[in-house]
Design a protein around this ligand. Structure first.
Ligand SMILES: [Zn+2]
Length: 386
């Protein structure tokens, strides 16, 4: 541990004074090194601290060799004293998330032999475990992780000698050499880590899994902790509350209600589709034999229905050419044109050019879209096939 890393001495300290050691131009701004700092650099999955130095925003903090480098937009004079202020709300969230992640990873390791193979914090904490876990296993980890929070365990730090290190069963992403700091959360985790943690697990407040997915043969968990968990759960509760109000059901019955509505909607779709089929047949039967062009303009059909309607008109056989046009709100017309006697493929280019269209097909059937209004399309089709 280096003398100038105040964040290790006290992760709860957010303001400090320091002397400027160096300040050099870098990437359109300046790379500032101080003789001591509370700013935690990006590392181990944790985000760099935010805050200001003499009121100037710190845009990034990185560990380069043994130095903590602060990135700022204005130069500072070496030898002068500056005041730093870390955004502690953001820092504390990082500490809550990171300590929560220790507990979850530790329990997943103890219960199911999982290793944490990826971890990062942005809008949520993302944790990748190298084994597939079932719903029940994940529920057990989440529930027991919260028991560790409620038990308010003190987070401990051990600095073992190399021979002692062999006797501790700890988690680590890589083989470590030199001085190792073991972070111990009693009943949950022993892990080699150089990040920042809360003093006691009770400060995490709550650990909440938001989602989980299969990921590279293992499990990816999205989780949150503390104040952010409160915020996210409140947002979900509000949305569910509004859904419950719209559906006139209790908030814990929204899933049942939505399932019922989806089933009703599917039944309505089936009924509409049945009625459409009857309507298409009646229209087809109403066309007089010998008609050169049967032109039907219908709104609100999907692509399959346009095609089926056109098929019925062709099969009815009363018209030489049958066309179905379906205008939509975006100013496009979905078309399907069929014939058993006229080669349509030889006409499609001409039609598309005249009606700003796209599409094609076979000599018996062409389909696509026209970018025009229904009246113009009808006029062009009439002059082409009428
Ligand atoms: Zn840690």
């Amino acid at each position: 541990m280096n003398f100038h890393q105040l964040y290790y001495q006290d992760p709860y300290r957010s303001s400090f004074e320091a002397a400027v050691v160096s300040c050099k131009p870098s990437d359109g701004g300046y790379a500032l090194v101080l003789d001591q700092t509370c700013f935690y650099p990006e590392g181990g999955g944790e985000c760099a601290d935010r805050g200001t130095i003499d009121g100037v925003p710190v845009t990034d903090v990185r560990l380069e060799g043994e130095e903590v480098v602060h990135f700022v937009s204005v130069p500072f004079k070496p030898g002068t004293t500056v005041s730093g202020s870390v955004d502690f709300a953001f820092r504390f969230q990082m500490m809550q998330w990171h300590t929560g992640e220790h507990i979850v990873s530790g329990l997943a390791h103890t219960y199911y032999g999982c290793d944490n193979v990826g971890f990062h914090m942005s809008d949520v904490t993302t944790l990748d475990l190298n084994r597939h876990l079932t719903e029940e296993q994940l529920e057990r980890i989440e529930r027991d992780a919260n028991e560790v929070v409620f038990a308010d365990r003190t987070v401990e730090y051990l600095f073992p000698q190399e021979d002692e290190l062999d006797r501790i069963d700890y988690r680590s992403k890589k083989e470590l050499t030199g001085a190792v700091r073991i972070v111990r959360i009693p009943d949950a985790d022993d892990c080699a880590c150089c990040g920042l943690h809360v003093r006691r697990t009770g400060e995490i407040g709550l650990i909440k899994f938001l989602s989980h997915t299969h990921y590279k043969g293992g499990t990816r968990i999205e989780m949150t902790c503390g104040r952010d968990a409160f915020r996210k759960i409140t947002a979900i509760q509000r949305a569910n509350g509004e859904t419950a109000r719209l559906l006139s059901v209790k908030p814990d019955k929204t899933d049942e209600a939505v399932r019922r509505i989806l089933a009703e909607s599917a039944a309505k779709d089936r009924r509409i589709s049945g009625l459409n089929r009857r309507y298409f047949r009646m229209r087809a039967e109403s066309i007089a034999p010998g008609t050169p062009l049967a032109l039907c303009v219908e709104e609100g059909l999907n692509g399959i229905e346009v095609r089926k309607f056109c098929d019925l008109l062709v099969k009815n056989g009363s018209a030489a050419v049958s066309a179905v046009l379906c205008p939509d709100e975006a100013g496009q017309i979905r078309y399907c044109i069929g014939s058993e006697t006229v080669d349509l493929k030889s006409r499609v280019k001409e039609l598309n050019e005249a009606l700003d269209g796209r599409g094609g097909g076979s000599p018996q059937m062409i389909q696509g879209t026209f970018r025009t209004d229904a009246k113009t399309a009808a006029r062009v089709l009439a002059s082409c096939f009428g």
